[in-house]
Design a protein around this ligand. Structure first.
Ligand SMILES: NC(=O)c1ccc[n+]([C@@H]2O[C@H](COP(=O)([O-])OP(=O)(O)OC[C@H]3O[C@@H](n4cnc5c(N)ncnc54)[C@H](O)[C@@H]3O)[C@@H](O)[C@H]2O)c1
Ligand SMILES: N[C@H](CO)Cc1c[nH]c[nH+]1
Ligand SMILES: [Zn+2]
Length: 429
């Protein structure tokens, strides 16, 4: 495999590539230390720590723990304040996301065998925590992406945390029927939902995306609660050939760069001309007079890459290695590459399937694994909000069919009380 970037550096191996794309261990360690400290403080000081962090990071001064909670009236008022077009757009999005996720519903089942009924009962989670980011932008769309699959799964209670949420985020929470909303963000919100405080309810599972502090905090509380995936700073990788429109590709790369200085936007192309055009358009046209220039420029300078490869097979190999959150394939025959893609949070095929449509309105979830975790994680879905219990019924007849095998295996394991449980029943015949 031969990979050349725009500065004519050559990468021979995946290891060289990973060094380039990975945030340095030292960088991550700094964030880890800060996050662990925040979690410890919230565990020890509860609401007091939440009030302090909210002032420090979100510049919101609260005079009492009650103010951490946003009342139902505030949510309703926020919704009423929206103009009709925005209300309608959010409603259409909610309906589309819900109906896409309905296909993920998993049913309980019972298998009947001679003398036995064996099955699985699907049970929705009782209380889940939704994280909705709010530092560098507001994310009403993420309220929908979190809440819609939870509702479809039948979750009883939804708790939501977001730093300094604006009227759009609050209106979306109202529309989605979120039960309790707290104005708390970052690692402190994750710690509060995992451990509970005097005011914040402890949940069974925390889902939703966020910046590096949120993503690392979720990783840290995993085990105390369940989490969905590591859905951290956004990523996009575009595989494109000479048929791609450079302006469209550049716009799509910028769409994720504007989320966060730590976002990653990568183009892998077989066309050197396209590579040069995309770079020029990005830096000499789109970034000029761009409202979110500061964030996007830092992201592109540090984590933006353009790789030129010999063929589309190599492009797929690079993409599989990076395992991006979003993969766009803008080539002459995008479906031809689909079977070669092994790791990606969401795969967008063809030039009109632009990533931002997926962020807002199509239906598939936009809460997606990042940082190469698409190798083992999936998009947020109904399956994240359910758990399963096995159901077991055995009659005397069923018992007689299998008891000797159980006794045999119990003997092999040296677990005599296990064997006894079977023997006492056998003797009763
Ligand atoms: N992967 C996905 O599915 C997905 C979806 C949507 C958004 N995102 C990502 O979510 C993120 C949103 O980030 P954001 O910053 O706008 O909002 P955010 O809510 O995730 O983070 C804001 C919080 O970060 C904390 N914070 C900021 N600076 C800190 C510091 N120096 N020390 C400790 N804590 C600090 C504060 O508590 C603040 O409330 C972006 O990275 C975006 O790319 C990812
Ligand atoms: N692209 C983000 C996921 O990485 C989701 C989002 C919400 N709003 C805009 N974009
Ligand atoms: Zn986005």
């Amino acid at each position: 495999m031969r990979i050349v970037d725009l500065r004519n550096r050559e990468y021979q191996t995946n290891e060289e590539l990973i060094k380039l794309i990975k945030r340095s261990e030292m960088e991550i360690e700094q964030y880890e230390t800060a996050v662990k400290d925040i979690i410890k403080n919230v565990k020890e000081k509860g609401d007091e720590a939440l009030i302090d962090y909210t002032e420090l990071f979100d510049k919101v001064k609260l005079s009492s723990p009650e103010e951490l909670v946003i009342t139902f009236d505030e949510l309703e008022k926020a919704y009423d304040q929206l103009d009709d077009d925005t209300k309608w757009a959010l409603e259409v999005a909610l309906e589309r996301v819900k109906s896409f996720h309905e296909a993920q519903i998993e049913r309980s089942y019972l298998l009947e065998e001679e003398g036995m009924l064996l099955g699985q009962k699907v049970i929705p989670m009782e209380r889940v925590g939704l994280y909705v980011p709010g530092g560098k932008a507001a994310y009403p769309s993420t309220v929908i992406m979190n809440a819609a699959p939870a509702k479809v799964a039948g979750v009883k209670e939804m708790v939501m945390c977001s730093p300094n949420p604006n009227k759009y985020t609050l209106a979306a929470a109202f529309l989605c029927g979120v039960d309790t909303v707290y104005r708390i963000g970052g690692a402190q919100a994750i710690a509060a939902m995992a451990y509970g405080t005097e005011t914040v309810k402890k949940v069974d599972k925390i889902v939703g995306p966020g910046n590096i502090f949120v993503a690392l905090a979720k990783k840290n509380v995993y085990g105390i609660v369940d989490i969905d995936s590591i859905a951290g700073p956004s990523e996009i990788l575009v595989i494109a050939d000479e048929t791609a429109n450079p302006e469209w590709v550049a716009a799509d790369l910028l769409s994720q760069a504007e989320h966060d200085e730590l976002a990653a936007s990568i183009l892998v192309t077989t066309s050197e001309d396209l590579a040069i055009d995309v770079k020029n358009i990005l830096y000499n046209v789109l970034l000029k007079d761009f409202e979110r220039e500061e964030i996007a420029r830092k992201s592109l300078d540090n984590y933006g890459h353009i790789f030129i490869v010999d063929d589309l097979d190599t492009a797929c190999e690079v993409s599989n290695f990076i395992a991006p959150e979003h993969l766009e394939i803008i080539t002459k025959s995008p479906f031809d590459l689909l079977e070669k893609i092994k790791h990606a949070g969401a795969i967008f095929l063809g030039e009109y399937s632009t990533e931002p449509l997926g962020d807002y309105i199509l239906g598939p979830n936009h809460v997606l694994p990042t940082g190469r975790s698409a190798r083992f994680s999936s998009p947020l879905g109904v399956y994240d909000f359910i758990k399963r219990s096995s159901i077991i019924y055995v009659s005397r007849e069923g018992f007689d069919r299998v008891e000797k095998y159980a006794r045999q295996i119990a003997t092999a394991e040296g677990l005599y009380a296990h064997r006894l449980s079977v023997e006492v029943r056998k003797r009763s015949s």
